[in-house]
Write a protein that binds this ligand. Structure first.
Ligand code: APR
Length: 230
């Protein structure tokens, strides 16, 4: 089977990476519009850099969990063709061993240059304004897709959804488009659709099947029971 897996913050929650939509509406103490929009970056780049620098530094203190490992195992065992499309900007899928991963909302361990538009692997704090390795300008920004910006690799995702036999959504609230629309697209193209989330997401009724519980438990058990036809 061709399997497209969409992941969100919930898959990394048990690793200790906070999700976005906490009950108080704040994201690690910040309003989203103060740190995750191009306008916020223009207005106050130091605050935005410090916010992402701290999240990048936090990555070295967390590890992939059983859900990341179960997806990597599915890809490795080769019975199915797996593409992981993640909204997450952490590197936990890769550290668990997944190879085919699309970071549609960018990556903490990447920086983008506003002068030459290059994208570079980088774990340096950007608040220090390091030079761009490509053009030498001090014009790097976090390689994060902010609200109002276009996610990466939408063409590749679209064609994977068109060909998918199975679409699985893991640990995402279904609140942010275009990712929240992938289930309907996959269904329209004929895929079976499964939701694995702590609780019913906004779009839970759009799925053929839903299993609710912590990803570290639900994902390995779903993966272990996956038959040749889903
Ligand atoms: N296991 C499974 N699901 C969990 C767990 C867990 N242990 N903990 C929380 N969840 C679920 C929550 O119930 C919620 O439905 O994960 C979901 C997380 O939702 P959000 O915080 O909204 O994260 P996400 O869907 O990834 O957000 C999408 O919004 O802010 C933007 O760009 C950002 O990529 C992000 C996008």
């Amino acid at each position: 089977m061709r399997v497209v897996v969409l992941t969100g913050a919930g898959i990394s929650a048990e690793s200790g990476v906070p999700t976005f939509r906490d009950a108080d509406g704040l994201w690690e103490g910040h309003r989203v519009e103060d740190v995750a929009t191009p306008e916020a970056f223009e207005r106050d780049p130091d605050t935005v850099h410090r916010f992402y620098d701290a999240r990048r530094a936090h990555l070295s203190t967390v590890e992939p969990n059983a859900a990341h490992r179960a997806l990597a195992g599915l890809e490795r065992d080769g019975r199915h063709r797996l593409l992981v499309v993640t909204q997450n900007v952490d590197d936990l899928h890769e550290r668990a061993g997944s190879r085919d991963v699309v970071h549609m909302h960018g990556e903490l361990l990447s920086a983008r240059c506003l002068a030459c538009d290059g994208r570079f692997r980088s774990d340096a704090p950007l608040v220090d304004r390091p030079r761009c390795p490509g053009c030498g300008e001090r014009a790097l920004r976090p390689d994060i897709v902010w609200f109002g910006e276009l996610p990466y690799e939408l063409d590749r995702i679209q064609s994977a959804l068109e060909r998918a036999d199975l679409f699985v959504s893991i640990g995402t609230s279904g609140a942010v488009y275009p990712a929240a629309g992938f289930v309907s697209a996959a269904r329209a193209y004929g895929a079976r659709t499964v939701e694995l989330n702590l609780e019913p997401s906004h779009g839970t009724d759009l799925f053929h099947d839903a299993r609710h519980g912590p990803a570290g438990t639900v994902v390995p058990s779903w993966a272990a029971g996956l038959t040749p036809t889903g």
